[in-house]
Design a protein around this ligand. Structure first.
Ligand SMILES: [Zn+2]
Length: 74
């Protein structure tokens, strides 16, 4: 059973975004409200796939990671 964490969407601010842990090393963040998608390998810390409507993912990637880590801790 996959582990699912509720997070705040870093793209639109919706509280309905979720982070799924897949295979113990891939984390997938997705938002139901704006189609935001972010897949990262936990082991290598590399971004596998990223998509955010109306946003330059590469430029804002670091900000997204910081915001989500804060959200999880809080
Ligand atoms: Zn969103």
């Amino acid at each position: 059973m996959p582990a699912i964490t509720k997070i705040i969407c870093p793209n639109c601010g919706s509280p309905h975004a979720e982070r799924h842990l897949l295979d113990g090393q891939l984390s997938r963040t997705q938002c139901w409200d704006c189609d935001y998608l972010f897949v990262k390998c936990q082991r290598t810390n590399r971004v596998v796939e990223a998509y955010a409507p109306g946003m330059d993912v590469g430029r804002f990637r670091q900000a997204i990671l910081v915001r989500n880590s804060l959200a999880v801790q809080g």
